[in-house]
Design a protein around this ligand. Structure first.
Ligand code: MG
Length: 374
C-alpha cells in the first residue's frame, strides 16, 4: 500500500473565536489517502495554520522538509519508520512543539489506515482490548459564579457522569474565589463523585500551589491538573512530595524526552499526553508503558473533536492501568458535530469502545466541507 495524498484541512466554527480556554472552536484534520482506496483521519490540537504550513511546505534540505513530501509513496504500515523519517526530516524546525503536533495528526491517520486495511480496530493492533468499556469524566471550563458551578455539576451528573473536571475559566483568579468555586462543586456533586481541577498553570509557583493544595484538601479533588507550567519540572519535584493530592500534568508536552523528564524528575502522579500533540498513537503507547513502569497513571488529554476522542479511546482500550476518558463537554459544532457516530455517554457514566476497523469512526464529510476554511 502506498500513500497517494496528505491533506491538512482547517475547520472553524462560524462567528467569533473567543479568547477562552476552549480548543474546540477550530481544528486541523489530517486526511491521508492511499492507492488501495483506504482513507485515514487524524487531528492536531495546535495552531491549525502552522500545522498546515508544516504539512504542505516544500523541502529546503534533508533535515528541513515538509511532512507531505516525506510521506508520499510510503507504506502506512511502516508507521514507526515513518515517524522517524518525519522527526529527522523536520529536525531543524521541529523536534518539539508544533513540529510534533503535525506529526501526531499524521500518525493517528496512519493507525486508522492500518486498522482499516487489517479489518481490525486500532486497539487490536496495540495488543488487544484489556478494558471492556471506559469510565468518562465530563471536562468543562470553570464557570464564574458558584450558582453556575452548581447548575453545571447537577446537569452533567444527571447525564450519568460519575466524574467532572472543572478547568481554566475562573480558576486561578484568587485564593478565596478558588476555594468558593471548588466548595460549590463538591457540595453539588456529593461526596462520592470524582472532582478534578485544572488550574491551567495559574498558581504562580510551587510554593503557592502547595498552599492551595492544602486549602482544597477538605474537598478531596481526584487530581490537581497543571497547578504550574509543565516546563517547571523542578517546581513539580518540590510540590509533589508536599501534598497528599494527586498532581497531573503533561498535555502540552511533546515527544518521549519531555515526558521522561516530567515523569522521572517531576514526580507527577498522572501524566496526560494529548494524542494529537505528543507524537500520536505511536508515542502515546510508549508514554503509557513509561508511566506504568514508573508506577503512575496515564490519562490522555482530549479537548477537540470526536476524532481525537477516538484515538484516546483506542489507546485506553488496550491500557493496562486504570482507564479514564476525558469527554470534552464544550458544546461547539466541532466538538460534537464531525462524526456520524459521536461517542454517546451511557447512563452508567461509561463510553463503549467501538469494534469496527481503524479508529472506529465515521467522519461526516458534509460537516467537514461545511466548516472548512482552508
Ligand atoms: Mg488541562
Amino acid at each position: 500500500m502506498k500513500i497517494t495524498n496528505v491533506e491538512a484541512i482547517i475547520l472553524r466554527q462560524p462567528g467569533e473565536i473567543l479568547m477562552i480556554g476552549d480548543g474546540s472552536q477550530d481544528t486541523v484534520l489530517i486526511k491521508i489517502e492511499t492507492d488501495e482506496g483506504i482513507t485515514g483521519w487524524g487531528e492536531c490540537d495546535s495552531s491549525p495554520y502552522v500545522v498546515k504550513t508544516i504539512v504542505d511546505c516544500p523541502p529546503s534540505h534533508v533535515v528541513c522538509r515538509g511532512l507531505k513530501d516525506i510521506l508520499m509513496g510510503q507504506d502506512p504500515f511502516d508507521v514507526e519508520k515513518i515517524w522517524n523519517d518525519m522527526y529527522r526530516g523536520s529536525y531543524y524546525y521541529g523536534r518539539r512543539s508544533v513540529g510534533i503536533h503535525a506529526m501526531s495528526g499524521i500518525d493517528i491517520a496512519l493507525w486508522d489506515i492500518m486498522g482499516k486495511a487489517a479489518g481490525r480496530p486500532v486497539h487490536k493492533l496495540l495488543g488487544g482490548r484489556i478494558n471492556s468499556r471506559l469510565r468518562a469524566y465530563a471536562s468543562m471550563l470553570m464557570p464564574d459564579t458558584e450558582e453556575e458551578v452548581v447548575q453545571k455539576a447537577k446537569e452533567y451528573m444527571a447525564k450519568g457522569f460519575t466524574a467532572i473536571k472543572f478547568g481554566w475559566g475562573a480558576l486561578g483568579e484568587s485564593r478565596e474565589k478558588d476555594i468558593r468555586l471548588v466548595k460549590a462543586a463538591r457540595e453539588a456533586m456529593g461526596e462520592e463523585a470524582d472532582l478534578m481541577l485544572d488550574i491551567g498553570y495559574l498558581w504562580k509557583n510551587s510554593k503557592y500551589a502547595e498552599m492551595m493544595c492544602k486549602e482544597l484538601e477538605p474537598f478531596h479533588p481526584y487530581w490537581i491538573e497543571e497547578p504550574i507550567i509543565s516546563d517547571d519540572v523542578q517546581g513539580f519535584s518540590r510540590l509533589t512530595p508536599k501534598t497528599t493530592l494527586r498532581i497531573a500534568s503533561g498535555e502540552e508536552l511533546t515527544g518521549l524526552y519531555e515526558f521522561r523528564e516530567l515523569i522521572e524528575k517531576g514526580g507527577v502522579d498522572i501524566v496526560q499526553p494529548d494524542m494529537s500533540r505528543c507524537g500520536g498513537i505511536t508515542i502515546a503507547k510508549k508514554i503509557a508503558d513509561m508511566a506504568l513502569l514508573n508506577g503512575i497513571e496515564l490519562c490522555p488529554h482530549a479537548f477537540k473533536s470526536g476524532i481525537l476522542m477516538a484515538a484516546s479511546i483506542q489507546l485506553l482500550a488496550a491500557y493496562k492501568g486504570t482507564p479514564l476518558l476525558e469527554y470534552c463537554s464544550q458544546e461547539t459544532v466541532l466538538s460534537k458535530g464531525l462524526l456520524k457516530n459521536h461517542f454517546a455517554l451511557q447512563m452508567d457514566g461509561t463510553v463503549e469502545i467501538p469494534d469496527t476497523p481503524g479508529l472506529g469512526i465515521e467522519v461526516d464529510e458534509a460537516a467537514v466541507a461545511k466548516y472548512r476554511i482552508s
